[in-house]
Write a protein that binds this ligand. Structure first.
Ligand code: OOG
Ligand code: MG
Length: 264
């Protein structure tokens, strides 16, 4: 794990990408200007954005995995999962409004979220470890918004951009991991009353708990653990769906209710 960027470059790129997020403007993907940057550089930029937010008093309220389903990997042309963090101001209540003008070109995703009750630290975390550490699972909708022009990027650029994280909505119905067949768990996404995507939990790395294990293993590479009580979104089950101002969405989760919202 080496760096090709200097500390100053990492800090500068973190400021650049965070400004694009906070002020909702698009930028060119950073590997265009820094083709030699490494994965370590990319994660260092993401962790520097996180540090900047925490220094301003923003609380980190969870983690997300991205690009964990073939539908998402094929859609984005990137063939490895990534992770990002969730900040307090990303949360939107179920049935609430997402302010479209605060975002660039948002898309929504149907996801399964986990809440842990034990710490997980890679390497070597398995699905079994992830399930044993799970307190409960619940449905979630993620709103993603790449800061990159035309929503196009490569893996290093998207990692630096906090994996396109911007908003999320959690459902109110939770279930213990042993009470749900997570592979067969079905979701139906509707926009303005029309079904736009359907899928099942197995789309996420074969089993959504594999995504939790992968998060612990990826963070373990930096010596970081996933603490007990962490909220984790495991990644879009279907391809993400583009949203326009004024759109209503409803995502139906088998046995776990419906999450709704509106872009205003
Ligand atoms: C990267 C983030 C993907 C997911 O659930 O797959 C993601 C992107 O596609 O912009 O959150
Ligand atoms: Mg996602």
């Amino acid at each position: 794990m080496t760096n090709n960027l200097t500390k100053d470059q990492i800090e500068g790129l973190a400021e650049h990408l965070e400004n694009a997020e906070l002020k909702a403007f698009e930028v060119t993907k950073i590997t265009d200007d820094y083709p030699d940057m490494t994965y370590k550089d990319a994660f260092d930029i993401q962790w520097e954005i996180r540090r900047r937010k925490e220094a301003r008093g923003t609380k980190i309220v969870g983690m997300k995995m991205g690009l964990t389903s073939w539908a998402k990997m094929a859609q984005m042309g990137v063939e490895h999962p990534c992770y990002g963090f969730l900040a307090d101001y990303f949360t939107v209540p179920d049935g609430g409004e997402v302010k479209f003008d605060e975002l660039i070109h948002p898309k929504i995703e149907a996801e399964i979220a986990f809440v842990t009750k034990k710490p997980l630290k890679g390497p070597g975390v398995t699905i079994a470890d992830a399930l044993a550490a799970t307190d409960f699972v619940l449905p979630a909708v993620e709103v993603i918004d790449s800061r990159y022009k035309d929503f196009k990027f490569d893996l290093k650029s998207v990692i630096a951009d906090n994996s396109s994280s911007t908003r999320f909505i959690t459902g109110g119905q939770m279930v213990r991991p042993e009470e749900i067949d997570m592979k067969n768990f079905g979701v139906v996404m509707e926009i303005n009353g029309e079904v736009v995507a359907t899928g099942a939990g197995a789309a996420v790395l074969g089993h959504p708990a594999a995504s939790v294990a992968m998060l612990a293993n990826m963070m373990g590479e930096r010596g970081e653990e996933v603490p007990a009580g962490t909220f984790i979104m495991t990644g879009g089950i279907t391809a993400a769906v583009q949203i326009n101002k004024g759109d209503n969405f409803a995502v139906r989760y088998q046995g776990l209710g419906t999450i709704t919202g509106r872009f205003v």
